[in-house]
Design a protein around this ligand. Structure first.
Ligand code: AMP
Ligand code: MG
Length: 485
C-alpha cells in the first residue's frame, strides 16, 4: 500500500487548512505514469488496479496515511500583490519517498473547493489537465527541473468555463509546493516566526547542505534559491519555453517549473514572443523571463529582511550588492548556455558578438528556434546541411564555423556537446493542442500517449519523431494560450 508522510501538514494550522477533496461522480483513470509510479515505489498490485487508482487519485478514496491539506500562500500577480491566494482547487495528500530516498509531494489539482477558493469552483477542465501532463513530462525528459504528473482522472462531471467541458483531476508530483508566495503570505502578516519556520523547512527539505546548528544561514539560502532559479529559467530559454505566468505564487522555492497554465513553446525566434492572451504588456515575454526572475527573487529577499537584521534598513543595505549582482549572474549562465548550444566548449571575448549575430539572423529571418539549432547540430557532419545553413544564415554561419573549427575538439565532440543542449523535438503547440482536443472531444488519450512516447527521448530521433518536428505553418505568430482555470 502507499504510505504517505505529512511533514508539511505538521508545520501547523497557519500553513494550511485540513480539508478533504470533494468526491466526484464517476472517476475514470485516463492517464497513468507507470515509470513515475515505479520510481515512487507504488506497489504493482495497486498499479494494475485502475479502478482503485481512479478512486485514490480523484480523492474519492482517502488512504489512511493521507492527511489532505490546502496550503496557504500569497503572491504578486502581474506585479500586484494579492495577500491571500492558496490552494483553491488542490489538495496535498501527503509526501512519498522515492527509491533514492527523496521526498515528493503528491497533490491533487481540481479536487474541489477549499477555504482558499474565493469564487472558483475548485475544479479543473480536462484540457489544462492533459496540457500539464504533456508539458511537464516533456520538460522532465528535456532535463529541465519540473513538477511531474502521475495521473489524470476524468471525473465524469462537467465544469463550466467559457463552454461546458469534461472535468478532470491531475495528480502533481513536486519536490515541494513551497512558493515565493508562501513566504510572502507570512511576511505580509508580519508573522516572522512562520517565515523562519519555512526557511528551516526549506533548508531541511531542499538544501540540507546549508544546514547549520543554532542559526539559519539566510544569505546562503537566498543565494541558493537564486542559483536554482537562474538554472531553471536559463534551461527554459534553452528550449524556448515560455511559462506565461511567472507570478511569485508560481515560483517554486525548489527551483522546479510549476503551474503549467498558459505556457507554450516558442516557434519562430523572437525575444518578444508572448502567447498568453492575458499578458497584454508582454511582462512574461520569452526574453523578459530573465528579468522577471530577478524581480521575483527580490520579492523573496524582502520577506527575509527582518530576519537578517531587525533593522530593516540595515538589512537592505547588506543585501543591495547581492541584488545588484543578480543580472550579471543571470547573463553569465545565459551566455554559457547559448555557447553550448553552438558547440563552444568555453567562451572567448568575441563570442558574445557572434552569438548575438546568430540570434539576430534567426529573428530577422523568422527562423524556427528548435529547427535551426537542430540543423546547426547536424551541419557539423553534413555537407548538405552546411550548404543549406549557409544559405539561411549567410556570413555569420561562416564566422561560427571558423570559430568552432578553431577549437581543440574533434567534430564528434562538438556535435555531442551541441546535441546535449539542442533537442530534436519539443512539445510543439499545435501537437499539444491536437492531443488536448482529442481528449476533450472523445475522452481518448491515444494522441497524447503517442506524443509522450516521442517526447520521452527529445534528444534522439526515433521512428515517429519526424511527425512531431514540423513548425506551425505561421511559425506560431498567431498562437494564443488562455489561462486554463
Ligand atoms: P493558477 O492560475 O492555477 O496558478 O491559480 C491562481 C489562484 O487561483 C490559486 O490560488 C488557485 O488556487 C486559484 N484557482 C484557480 N482556479 C481555481 C478554481 N477553478 N477554483 C478555485 N480556485 C481556483
Ligand atoms: Mg498558480
Amino acid at each position: 500500500m502507499i504510505t504517505f508522510s505529512n511533514s508539511y501538514a505538521q508545520l501547523g494550522d497557519v500553513f494550511c487548512e485540513k480539508t478533504r477533496p470533494t468526491p466526484v461522480a464517476a472517476p475514470q483513470l485516463i492517464m497513468w505514469n507507470s515509470a513515475l509510479a515505479e520510481q515512487l515505489m507504488v506497489p504493482n498490485k495497486l498499479t494494475n488496479d485502475r479502478e482503485f487508482l481512479a478512486e485514490i487519485f480523484s480523492g474519492n478514496h482517502i488512504l489512511p496515511s493521507a492527511k489532505p491539506i490546502a496550503a496557504a500562500y500569497a503572491g504578486h500577480q502581474f506585479g500586484h500583490f494579492v495577500p491571500q491566494l492558496g490552494d483553491g482547487r488542490a489538495h496535498l495528500l501527503g509526501e512519498l519517498s522515492d527509491k533514492q530516498g527523496n521526498r515528493w509531494d503528491i497533490q491533487l489539482k481540481g479536487s474541489g473547493r477549499t477555504s482558499f477558493s474565493r469564487g472558483g469552483d475548485g475544479r479543473c477542465a480536462i484540457g489544462p489537465a492533459i496540457r500539464e501532463y504533456i508539458m511537464s513530462e516533456a520538460m522532465s525528459a528535456l532535463r529541465i527541473p519540473t513538477t511531474r504528473c502521475l495521473a489524470v482522472v476524468n471525473t465524469g462531471e462537467l465544469v463550466q468555463r467559457e463552454t461546458i467541458l469534461p472535468g478532470a483531476i491531475v495528480t502533481r508530483v513536486a519536490a515541494s509546493h513551497i512558493r515565493v508566495g508562501t513566504f510572502e503570505f507570512f511576511a505580509a502578516r508580519r508573522d516572522y516566526n512562520s517565515v523562519k519556520t519555512l526557511c528551516q523547512y526549506t533548508i531541511d527539505r531542499h538544501y540540507p547542505e546549508l544546514k547549520q546548528e543554532n542559526s539559519i544561514p539566510y544569505i546562503r539560502l537566498i543565494n541558493k534559491v537564486i542559483d536554482q532559479q537562474i538554472k531553471l529559467i536559463v534551461a527554459w530559454m534553452r528550449v524556448g519555453f515560455i511559462h506565461g505566468v511567472m507570478n511569485t505564487d508560481n515560483t517554486a522555492i525548489s527551483g522546479e517549473t510549476i503551474d503549467y497554465g498558459p505556457c507554450a513553446m516558442m516557434g519562430s525566434y523572437d525575444p518578444n514572443t508572448v502567447y498568453s492572451s492575458i499578458d497584454h504588456m508582454g511582462r512574461y515575454a520569452y526574453a523578459n523571463q530573465l528579468k522577471i526572475l530577478q524581480w521575483n527573487m527580490v520579492r523573496f529577499i524582502e520577506c527575509l529582511l527582518p530576519l537578517i537584521n531587525p533593522n530593516v534598513d540595515k538589512a537592505k543595505n547588506q543585501l543591495t550588492p547581492l541584488i545588484a549582482e543578480i543580472p550579471e549572474r543571470i547573463e553569465q549562465k545565459y551566455i554559457e548556455m547559448l555557447a553550448k548550444k553552438l558547440g563552444l566548449s568555453s567562451l572567448e571575448p568575441n563570442d558574445k558578438i557572434l552569438i548575438d549575430s546568430i540570434l539576430n539572423q534567426l529573428k530577422n529571418k523568422k527562423l524556427d528556434y528548435t529547427v535551426t539549432f537542430d540543423q546547426l547540430t547536424k551541419s557539423i557532419r553534413s555537407k548538405d546541411i552546411t550548404t543549406q545553413m549557409h544559405n539561411q544564415l549567410g556570413e555569420v554561419f561562416n564566422l561560427w564555423k571558423t570559430r568552432i573549427e578553431g577549437q581543440d575538439m574533434h567534430s564528434d565532440e562538438v556535435q555531442k556537446l551541441m546535441r546535449q543542449h539542442n533537442p530534436v523535438v519539443i512539445p510543439r503547440n499545435h501537437h499539444v493542442e491536437k492531443a488536448i482536443q482529442q481528449c476533450e472531444q472523445t475522452g481518448q488519450t491515444t494522441l497524447a500517449e503517442r506524443f509522450l512516447q516521442v517526447l520521452s527521448s527529445p534528444y534522439i530521433e526515433q521512428e515517429h519523431t519526424s511527425a512531431y518536428q514540423d513548425p506551425a505553418s505561421d511559425g506560431d505568430i498567431n498562437y494564443h494560450t488562455y489561462c486554463g482555470t
